[in-house]
Design a protein around this ligand. Structure first.
Ligand SMILES: Nc1ncnc2c1ncn2[C@@H]1O[C@H](COP(=O)(O)OP(=O)(O)OP(=O)(O)O)[C@@H](O)[C@H]1O
Length: 271
């Protein structure tokens, strides 16, 4: 399947131009993480991908199917429906009726909520609600799943559990995931690739492909820690000039042994 392609996208809100001739490729059935400073246009990119926003010019290619699911920071459950019925609500007419109950049970089991399927959202903890939101996002039978800082409100141990859960769910049902986060560790644990955006006007200042298998990524592992430092400096400084000086000092672009992390640096031809 061809990568989803944002091609020469320009998007303004009133008189403020956010994206100008912006290009980005998103590989199918992989997890692409987008990091960048506040206001750099991360949510705008998701809204363009879901067609909630229409670009002023440019086009999005290879968005093969029209069913897109979203997981937000707030789980956005229907409070008057049970866990099971929250799932049913988004799946009606998308899954054959006679298979629906079994299908829902499979996803609830995957997020360890099978025993809670008659619960209402107000009977659940924040983590349980977000697990249900994840199950719902994965269960919708479209290929594209967009996540906009889904774990922002959760404490660190719970966030990392959620990251592990996404990996497990992605193994169960490989989808094209675009995951927006401010948290570099989350991006390093989850992303097949990481796109770092700079300050306005929005530019891609880094596009990394990480070859370490998802199941081998652990917080504290040396290879990820080095990359974390690099991305942190990059996003904090937001300056290409400083970055190139820093990288030249390490002399590791040329031989592609990028900080010895075993990942390779894909020089971006995109702006
Ligand atoms: N509906 C809107 N009307 C006017 N300006 C908007 C609108 N939505 C977003 N913006 C502006 O566009 C810019 C990019 O916003 P966006 O929400 O895409 O950034 P972001 O990187 O997701 O930010 P954050 O990390 O803070 O969520 C910001 O300056 C924001 O103020």
């Amino acid at each position: 399947m061809k990568a989803i392609q944002l091609k020469n996208i320009t998007k303004s809100y009133d008189d403020t131009k956010i994206l100008e001739n912006f290009n980005l490729q998103i590989p199918h059935n992989e997890i692409t993480c987008i990091i960048g400073p506040s206001g750099s246009g991360k949510s705008t990119i998701l809204n363009l991908l879901s067609e909630l926003l229409i670009p002023d010019s440019g086009e999005i290619l290879n968005l093969n199917d029209k069913i897109v699911s979203y997981v937000f920071q707030s789980p956005r459950l229907l409070p008057w429906k049970t866990v099971k019925d929250n799932m049913k609500f988004v799946l009606d007419n998308k899954i054959e009726k006679n298979k629906l109950d079994e299908y829902i049970d499979g996803w609830l089991d995957a997020v360890e909520l099978l025993d809670y399927k008659e619960y209402y959202p107000n009977q659940m903890s924040g983590g349980m609600k977000q697990r249900l939101a994840l199950a719902r996002g994965f269960a919708v039978p479209g290929n594209l799943l967009l996540m906009d800082e889904p774990f922002k409100g959760l404490d660190a141990p719970l966030r990392f559990k959620m990251v592990e859960l996404i990996k497990k769910l992605w193994e169960k049902q490989k989808k094209t995931i675009v995951f927006v986060t401010h948290d570099i560790q989350e991006a390093l644990l989850l992303g097949h690739s990481i796109i770092a955006l700079g300050k306005k006007p929005v530019k891609i200042i880094e596009n990394l492909t990480i070859d370490i298998p998802l199941n081998e990524r652990k917080i504290g592992c040396v290879r990820l820690a080095k990359l974390e430092g690099y991305l942190f400096d990059l996003v904090e400084e937001g300056s290409l000039y400083k970055r190139h000086n820093k990288m030249n000092k390490h002399c590791c672009f040329e031989n592609k042994s990028f900080l010895n992390i075993g990942s390779h640096y894909r020089k971006s031809s995109m702006t």
